[in-house]
Design a protein around this ligand. Structure first.
Ligand SMILES: Cc1cc2nc3c(=O)[nH]c(=O)nc-3n(C[C@H](O)[C@H](O)[C@H](O)COP(=O)(O)OP(=O)(O)OC[C@H]3O[C@@H](n4cnc5c(N)ncnc54)[C@H](O)[C@@H]3O)c2cc1C
Length: 341
């Protein structure tokens, strides 16, 4: 979990990139590193406001035991290391952007259309994993009114919560982590959870219930938020007693998990395996020339959905991109240990 993406760069929409990687999960990040190493003008686009893919979105607090060189590493720590490595050569990073459309132009380049911009690129590597992640939202119209202005699904800047009366909604690792992170910054933190059992690390639950100043309300749900021009109060409802309580609240942070949507990719004209995977050959080429796929989204006979295999696949894909763009270049990138970076 990062509270801001310091490496993000603003891209010029018309610039033609050598390679655009759709997906900033572990596989896309490793691809960005290799693309930089091969001096390709690189862009990463992800639908989430932070990099890291499933590692940060789905299981930041779980240990991973099958990473070469790491006998045991927290998913979040691996994500942070991969972000550092993936941004080493300063790729353009476009976050909070979901790629909706891929069009092959007459000159063989591609235009990618997202929910907010268009991007031009000579080649595309699809590293979209399980699909575009977006935060799970509550069906509550009062929240929509204040979204981005009092109601948040991510923390990009902790300073935004300085001295605020903060209401956190959720009972998983992410909710507890942010309660822990923001307790010292916010004026007060209340956490509501609709059950009495948390889906979080034992140590975090112990801190929350026994050692923190967080006002914890179990069996509570949000009824509504209100305010004149800015968020001022939240009404919560005890699901068993049906008692309502109105709290002074300046900010609400919802941590209710993520849902993945592979949707738009099905319309791009790619050969698919079933409804959720893109078919690639042994060079990671898809059925569209100049478009490659790697990681969980890619399918071939014998495929395994693991980080170790995905990073190998994108290494192959990016080096193919290099010789596609510069036919005089060598396919083999050389050994990184020979470089002085
Ligand atoms: C609970 C759990 C535990 C796991 N444990 C392990 C383990 O121990 N070891 C292991 O090797 N693997 C493990 N995995 C699997 C591993 O996390 C995946 O193999 C890996 O994350 C795949 O990486 P990826 O980059 O291909 O995709 P992802 O991590 O899914 O990242 C894809 C990114 O692409 C973005 N995206 C998708 N579509 C679009 C779009 N249209 N526009 C813009 N962005 C888009 C998504 O938002 C996402 O950020 C685990 C998975 C889970 C769920």
């Amino acid at each position: 979990m990062t509270d801001s993406n310091e490496t993000a760069q603003v891209e010029s929409a018309d610039e033609l990139y050598d390679i655009t990687i759709i997906g900033g999960g572990p596989v896309g990040l490793f691809g960005a590193f290799y693309a930089g190493l091969r001096q390709l003008k690189t862009k990463i686009i992800d639908s989430l406001p932070e990099l890291g893919g499933q590692l940060n979105a789905l299981y930041p607090e779980k240990y991973i035991f099958d990473m070469p060189g790491f006998p045991k590493i927290l998913a979040r720590d691996l994500a942070n290391q991969m972000i550092e490595q993936g941004t080493r050569f300063s790729p353009a990073i476009c976050l909070d952007e979901k790629v909706l459309q891929l069009v092959t132009e007459e000159d063989g380049t591609f235009t990618l259309t997202t929910n907010i911009a268009t991007h031009r690129t000579k080649t595309v590597v699809i590293a979209t994993g399980a699909g575009a992640f977006s935060p799970t939202k509550l069906a509550n119209e009062s929240l929509d009114t204040f979204e981005g202005n009092g109601v948040y699904y991510f923390v990009k800047d902790k300073a935004k919560f300085q001295d605020k009366h903060l209401l956190i909604i959720g009972g998983g690792d992410s909710a507890l982590d942010w309660a822990m992170n923001l307790e010292e910054v916010a004026g007060s933190v209340t956490l509501i959870h609709r059950r009495d059992v948390f889906r979080a690390h034992e140590e975090s639950v112990d801190w929350l219930l026994n050692r923190s100043q967080v006002n914890v309300r179990l069996w509570n749900e949000l009824k509504e938020v209100r305010g004149e021009g800015r968020l001022e109060v939240a009404t919560i409802l005890h699901s068993k007693t049906k008692e309502e309580e109105t709290l002074p609240v300046d900010a609400v942070l919802l941590n209710l998990g993520f849902k993945a949507d592979i949707g738009p990719l099905r319309e791009w004209g790619l050969e698919l395996h079933g409804s959720k995977k893109v078919v690639v050959n042994h060079l990671m080429e898809t059925s569209i020339e100049g478009v490659y796929a790697a990681g969980d989204i890619a399918h071939y006979d014998g495929k395994l959905d693991l980080i170790a295999t995905g990073v190998g696949e994108i290494c192959l894909a990016v080096n193919r991109v290099k010789i596609r763009i510069d036919p005089k270049a060598k396919l083999f990138p050389g050994h990184s240990s020979n470089l002085s970076l």
